[in-house]
Design a protein around this ligand. Structure first.
Ligand code: HEM
Length: 400
């Protein structure tokens, strides 16, 4: 029985400040939690979250992976592509797209990512004081996704603005605000034009490759390609921006941990992994039950929304020692259990790209920066139902 004072509301601004004490209570007191007001269930223990990701027969993606009603339902795949599909449709689309994400193709992007990072960093360092998100972390992932898809440079700022609008939630609102709906319509128009252009003339990018992609004589429709472009911007952009800023913030909060990558750049990957665990940018993913599911003596009926609390799984004391401690020296066996990229057939297609972007960007930072400070009073959080991170992180750097 859940005690009445235990409320998990992912729309509340208070929860965005610090969800972790609530997650800890959920794991202990209500591992199968029910929120009647918003209408969803939540699994918070690591083992249950892993099970939810793996068991796609009982936990379906077909109605999307967010709690927002306007982005949920049988049309979810229109803006989430194969993330909003179950087998066999999921496998067909993912198979076509994964050709753009082979380890070789991702590795080939490294020089270009480094070049882009250096460009943005040079401008920021010149100023000495800058917004880590607006001037660096918010630019790079969009650049990289845009390079992959073939979005021209002059259009990138507007696409970033629209994708930020897609995510922002007003305090107290349980659904997409009108500005987010308007932004999504504008994105559809933009991408429709882009696909039409590629159909007329192919270029060397993933969008052109998708126009030509074929499985058993079957081609992707315009709507399918547009859905995928949408997914790339939301999945590949915000999450990586937030990962970078979360790494920057937590290293600032814990100088003893910061000293590790700053004195030895080969420690940058452990900085990334521990940030992914400690405070991941994608806090929850939703599924819909296809049948009754009984866990810990509680039965979730058929066709109910279930949130898999990734952010909580990463803090589960059953798996991670001292989970509330930010520690860059965690053993490999713990790091392998991080839930931040999901598990199973929907495992993040961009995980190696995200890690590459983060490594290159943080390597360039530790090479150029001796130390830094963040203006606590100027920090602004993002308010989103599932994405956790900063909108503004005012930073002052001391160059090396
Ligand atoms: C730190 C950065 C990132 C995080 C934390 C993250 C997290 C995730 C998670 C948790 C999922 C699984 C969702 C689910 O099962 O419901 C996922 C799926 C996905 N991600 Fe990422 N992601 C990141 C970066 C990226 C990047 C850079 C790209 C591509 C440019 C990307 C593309 C995708 C795609 C296409 C899927 C759907 C896979 C499928 O449904 O089969 N992600 N991501």
């Amino acid at each position: 029985m859940t005690s009445t004072d235990l409320v998990f509301d992912p729309y509340s601004y208070e929860m965005h400040e610090d969800p972790y004490p609530t997650y800890a209570r959920l794991r202990e007191e209500a591992p199968v939690y029910r929120n009647d007001r918003v209408g969803f269930w939540a699994l918070s223990r690591h083992a249950d979250v892993v099970e939810g990701f793996h068991d796609s027969a009982r936990f379906s993606n077909a109605e999307g992976v967010t709690l927002d009603p306007a982005a949920s339902g049988p049309d979810a795949h229109k803006t989430m592509s194969f993330l909003g599909m179950d087998p066999p449709k999921h496998g067909r689309m993912r198979g076509l797209v994964s050709r753009g994400f082979t380890p070789r193709r991702v590795a080939e992007l490294e020089p270009r990512i480094r070049e882009l990072t250096r460009q943005h960093l040079a401008v920021a360092l010149e100023r000495g004081t800058f917004d880590f998100v607006g001037d660096l972390a918010g630019l790079l992932p969009m650049d990289v996704v845009s390079e992959l898809l073939g979005v021209p440079q002059p259009d990138r700022a507007e696409l970033r603005r629209l994708s930020d609008l897609l995510l922002h939630r007003e305090e107290g609102a349980d659904d997409l605000p009108p500005a987010a709906i308007e932004a999504s319509l504008q994105l559809v128009v933009y991408y429709s034009d882009m696909v039409a252009q590629r159909r007329r003339r192919r270029t060397d990018d993933l969008t052109s490759a998708l126009v030509d992609a074929e499985i058993d004589g079957d081609r992707l429709s315009d709507d399918e390609i547009i859905g995928f472009l949408f997914l790339m911007v939301v999945a590949g952009n915000e999450t990586t921006t937030k990962l970078l800023a979360n790494a920057w913030y937590w290293a600032w909060r814990y100088p003893d941990q910061r000293a590790k990558p700053f004195s030895d750049p080969t420690r940058v990957p452990s900085w990334i992994e521990e940030t992914l665990r400690f405070d991941t940018s994608s806090q929850l993913l939703t599924r819909v039950t296809t049948q009754e599911v009984t866990l810990h003596g509680v039965t979730i009926p058929t066709h109910e929304r279930v949130a898999l609390l990734v952010g909580s799984a990463n803090r589960d004391e059953r798996v991670f020692a001292d989970p509330a401690t930010y520690d860059l020296d965690r053993p490999e066996r713990e790091l392998q259990q991080i839930a931040s990229f999901g598990f199973g057939r929907h495992y993040c297609l961009g995980a190696s790209l995200a890690r590459l972007e983060a490594r290159v960007c943080l390597e360039e930072l530790v090479a150029a920066v001796g130390d830094y400070d963040i203006d606590n009073a100027g920090i602004v959080r993002v308010h989103s139902v599932n994405v956790r991170g900063f909108a503004t992180l005012p930073t002052k750097v001391v160059p090396r």
